[in-house]
Ligand binder design. Structure first.
Ligand code: UD1
Ligand code: MG
Length: 460
């Protein structure tokens, strides 16, 4: 990989120095968590950007490499570089904690700044007033960190051993255990609000009990995996993650904005979400600059799992998991559409990414082929033909009318079936624009249309 150019060194240095200056000022005045988080995210961007450049060749030497399958002469690129983003992110979160809790530490001690408002007689014997420290808030960060660190470790395992899909599918469930444990001891609410039309039968609230934990585990499994299967085009894994993160930040802003009636009961949850998402945006932007078409690095399953788990963590510990799902509409569609191949009703090749046509330089739908020895079940073939008529699939048949091949069941291939061949970056851009529109629609539904089903929007 190329060394950093002098312009890059200059820009990254200026950004880092500005961020450090903001951090120093924030520390002088009560921590200022929001400014500190922004500055740490800027520094995380610079650091990730530089480290990806410095270590790309080392990854290749160690065997972490992959061929870019959609290029005329496929070169080997560093694989699993999302590891750098994940590690810098974990570092950024830890470094943010002193800023998040400075106010509480100062209030509870006679420490610097002499703001010992809570200082009382007896303090000499008992030392710091640690019992006043909001440990339950710190716990959320701690368990989020534990879950994300475990996810990263398991992601590296996957990238190192190229695990089978049916094995790695459940990896995130193990990583999510610390977070679900915290939910159990700290929050433990397993009631859900019943939509208005169902209230005469079910009442206002319904207790899902253990099923609520299964639901959260399902979210923790779904988010990472659905990002990993909407993949294979330069920039799409990081791009879709950035879109989700920015939409979540927009939703958080609706709760913490100065125009909202403050203090709102959900402010703390949404600040928690903001503080976890800002550094995520920083490290992901740095990765995207290297992964966008034409890619210089691949992000690896480590990044897909890590990104998905960041969303699961903020959704579950921030108590807005249903809103979170509204921002995953394309991924949910892709998962449902993929189901026939994921569950082996239709054979699933190792790679389902779109096929590169070297003559035109454009991407076309990739296909799964069915041989005479391993034919498709006739009834499945008939369903595929109906999907073909509906332009939901591209199917080819032989002279006997038997289905010999069909386009792979991913939203990327479906997009190409509908739109015709596209250049790689054009496909990625169109999918991201569609995802942004779906996400905005989801948020609108959440805050406006939901009033038809529930008595009020919880922003008010
Ligand atoms: C998932 C998909 C698989 C898709 C792959 C592409 C399912 C069940 N699995 O598998 O169909 O082909 O992601 O990421 O849906 N690559 C490119 N260009 C890119 C990104 C990746 O050519 O922009 C290739 C590279 O050779 C890279 C490899 O894909 O090394 C990475 O594949 P990997 O992430 O290991 O695949 P899976 O996550 O197992
Ligand atoms: Mg992958």
């Amino acid at each position: 990989m190329q060394d950093l150019s002098s312009t890059e060194v200059y820009s990254l240095s200026v950004l880092s120095i500005a961020c450090i200056a903001i951090l120093v000022n924030a520390w002088k005045s009560d921590g200022e968590p929001l400014f500190a988080s922004l500055a740490i995210s800027g520094a995380a961007f610079s650091f990730t950007y530089a480290v990806i450049r410095w270590t790309g060749d080392v990854f290749i030497k160690r065997g972490y490499k992959g061929k870019d399958l959609s290029k005329k002469s496929p070169v080997e690129l560093p694989e699993a570089m999302g590891l750098i983003s994940a590690l810098v992110y974990l570092l950024a979160v830890v470094n943010f904690l002193p800023f998040a809790f400075k106010r509480d530490i100062v209030e509870a001690t006679s420490g610097g700044g002499n703001k010992d408002r809570v200082l009382e007689a007896g303090m000499d014997d008992t030392g710091r007033f640690l019992h006043r420290f909001p440990l339950e808030k710190l716990a959320s960060y701690g368990f989020a960190y534990g879950t994300l660190a475990t996810t990263t470790i398991l992601g590296i395992l996957d990238d190192s051993f190229d695990m089978r899909w049916r094995h790695k599918f459940f990896i995130p469930a193990f990583a999510a255990l610390p977070m679900l444990g915290l939910y159990f001891v700290d929050f433990g609410v397993t009631h859900v609000v019943v939509p208005l039309p169902l209230r005469p039968y079910l009442g206002e609230l319904i207790d899902l009990g253990g099923f609520y934990y299964l639901y959260m585990a399902a979210i923790a499994i779904f988010c990472p995996n659905c990002i990993n299967i909407l993949a294979g085009v330069n920039g799409i894994e990081v791009g879709q993650s950035l879109v989700i993160a920015l939409l979540l930040l927009l939703n958080d802003f609706l709760y913490v904005s100065p125009w909202m009636h403050q203090p709102h009961p959900a402010t703390d949850s949404h600040l928690f979400s903001i503080y976890l998402l800002l550094p995520f945006v920083g490290v992901s932007l740095a990765l995207l600059t290297h992964n966008w078409f034409p890619a210089k690095v691949f992000v690896g399953d480590t990044y897909c799992y890590f990104a998905g788990m960041v969303f699961a963590v903020v959704g579950i510990l921030g108590h807005f998991s249903k809103t979170l799902m509204l921002l995953f509409i394309p991924q949910i569609f892709n998962f449902l559409y993929s189901a026939p191949q994921l569950f082996k009703v239709v054979p699933c090749p190792r790679h389902r990414l779109p096929r590169f046509n070297a003559r035109t330089g454009l991407l076309e739908p990739s296909v799964a082929t069915f041989s005479e020895e391993k034919p498709l079940r006739p009834v499945v073939g008939e369903v595929l033909k109906v999907l073909h008529e509906l332009r939901m699939l591209r199917v080819e048949t032989n002279e006997k009318g038997r289905v010999t091949q069909c386009s792979n069941f991913t939203i990327l291939n479906l997009w190409l079936v509908c739109r015709g061949p596209l250049r790689e970056d054009r496909l990625a851009t169109e999918i991201l624009v569609m995802q942004t529109l779906c996400g905005l629609l989801g948020l609108w539904m959440r805050h406006s249309l939901a009033l038809l089903l529930f008595t009020q929007d919880n922003r008010f």
